[in-house]
Design a protein around this ligand. Structure first.
Ligand code: ADP
Length: 482
């Protein structure tokens, strides 16, 4: 059944390259809730990826020489179009990704907020003058756009992961080639269609679909590409970093997490439960900032688990397009198998299932929201990101002990804790080895703050005024003979 879009022309089945929609639609895109084919998109090869990079390279100089105000106006028009078409974009997003429609609408607003923010920020990129080492000379620092940016994005936020990279890059004068995830190319192409309508010149933004490895090879080896931006798994991030070493590109990585969510015995338990639901079950647990390990201080463990179970009873699994659904399907059967493997491993090592634990009766990739207790650090779920609707509860005794457990991972993206003790809030916030810490809040993402990780979770920041840094070079000028 065709999607009931107000504007059916937003459903593009060709790639956006050099300002035109091109390519033979061959690769099916399926709805994870129904298994239905939504559309087909091209499977472009390395040659087409090279052409896209070259289109971006050709567009770079003229785009970078435009007045910041002109770039800003185009971004602003793009923002307005994203908002005006949010219902259609959200429908496309839910249909190919599965998340509930309300969350998809939230994601479109969130994705658009980066375009709005960087439309404003475009006008505020400035250089500096520094004290000179000679009386007859002056030191200046220009901040200039880096060049062509190649971006590879995941399926869990099909809109926001694109605008978070593309908006700051083009705001400062870079040009971009994006390869979206094969599961969710339709949202990416709809966003590109709106950029085209907003008047973005040909080649400034290109979106190509096709096999990841050969396209990734071009992105990481073509001399015109100066920045490789990637959001996805740590394994692929490491591979791209190695590949990009050959031409010394900047590599901006947003990789996996293993977020601890700590509830101290002085916490407001109702607020902690609300935060845990948001941090664990948003997008069916498929976000890199999702709570992966829930640590609860022993005196409040029983009360917290009872309240969390009651809140989880209210989650409703179903097709994301049905009213009232809070949990859609998981993205693929591979994702379901990972959740099952984490549950089986925890059970084998002595944990207990309190709720759920199985595939949902709806079939397909639907899974029951699952609550487990008796989780310990030796279980797989303590080491790896589950990326699914499994809430594993660990008990702990002391602050030092939980901080050590929370930091005992190679990941360092987001962490959360609940406490009302001001001293503890500062101590724990400073000790947690994470790029982002939510304190008494299970939701932290906003275009106004720098999003990113440390350790093996990444090396860049997206959002806020920091988000343009990846796309700017500093050039030092020395003016002598004054
Ligand atoms: P996931 O397993 O959650 O899909 P990935 O890291 O595999 O996470 O995918 C994130 C993005 O990286 C997707 O766009 C995917 O197509 C892309 N990707 C996967 N493998 C490679 C690769 N070898 N080179 C470049 N991109 C890749």
């Amino acid at each position: 059944m065709p999607l009931a879009l107000h504007d059916p022309s937003l459903l593009r089945n060709q790639c956006y390259l050099g300002g035109a929609f091109v390519g033979e639609p061959v690769e099916p895109v399926d709805n994870p809730a129904t298994g239905e084919e939504l559309a087909r998109v091209p499977a472009l090869d390395a040659k087409a990826a090279t052409a896209a990079v070259e289109a971006a390279a050709q567009a770079f100089k003229p785009w970078s020489r435009r007045l910041a105000k002109e770039r800003s106006s185009i971004l602003r028009r793009w923002f307005d179009l994203l908002i005006a078409n949010r219902d259609d974009l959200a429908l496309i997003l839910t249909s190919e990704q599965g998340k509930p429609l309300a969350e998809a609408l939230g994601e479109i607003d969130y994705a658009a907020s980066y375009v709005e923010f960087y439309a404003e920020e475009a006008k505020r990129v400035s250089g500096e003058t520094l004290p000179s080492h000679r009386v007859d000379g002056r030191i200046m620092v220009l901040r200039q756009p880096t060049g062509v940016v190649a971006a590879i994005t995941p399926w869990n936020f099909p809109a926001a992961m694109i605008t978070r990279k593309v908006a700051p890059a083009i705001a400062v004068g870079c040009t971009v080639v994006v390869k979206p995830a094969p599961e969710t190319p339709l949202t990416a192409l709809a966003i590109a269609e709106l950029a085209h309508r907003a008047g973005l010149p040909a080649g400034v933004l290109n979106v190509i679909t096709g096999p990841a490895a050969p396209i990734g090879e071009v992105f990481t080896s073509h001399p015109a590409v100066r920045v490789v931006g990637f959001t996805g798994s740590t394994a692929v991030g490491k591979l791209l970093m190695r590949q990009a070493a050959g031409t010394v590109k900047k590599v901006a990585l947003e990789l996996g997490g293993n977020a601890p969510f700590i509830v101290f015995d002085d916490a407001d338990l109702d607020a902690a439960v609300e935060g845990a639901i948001a941090a664990k079950f948003r997008n069916m647990g498929q976000t890199c900032v999702c709570a992966n390990r829930i640590y609860v201080q022993r005196p409040v463990e029983r009360a917290f688990v009872t309240k969390l179970a009651a809140a989880m009873e209210r989650l409703k699994v179903g097709n994301g397009l049905d009213a009232g659904t809070t949990q859609g399907p998981l993205i693929t059967s591979r994702a379901v198998e990972k959740v099952e493997a984490h549950i089986a491993d925890a059970l084998a090592k002595g944990a207990v299932v309190h709720m759920g634990g199985r595939r949902h009766s709806l079939g397909g990739t639907f899974f029951e929201p699952t609550l487990m207790t008796g989780i310990t650090q030796d279980m797989t779920v303590a080491r790896e990101e589950t990326f699914g609707p499994l809430a594993p509860v660990f008990a702990f005794d002391t602050e030092d002990e939980v901080v050590a457990m929370a930091n005992d991972t190679e990941f360092g993206l987001a962490g959360y804790f609940y406490s009302r003790d001001i001293g503890r809030i500062f101590r724990v916030a400073e000790e947690l080895e994470y790029g982002m810490v939510g304190i008494n809040s299970g939701l932290i993402s906003t275009e106004l703050a720098p999003f990113g990780g440390i350790k093996e979770s990444g090396n860049s920041r997206e959002g806020s005024h920091h988000g343009v840094e990846e796309f700017l070079e500093k050039k030092y000028l020395f003016v002598g003979g004054i």
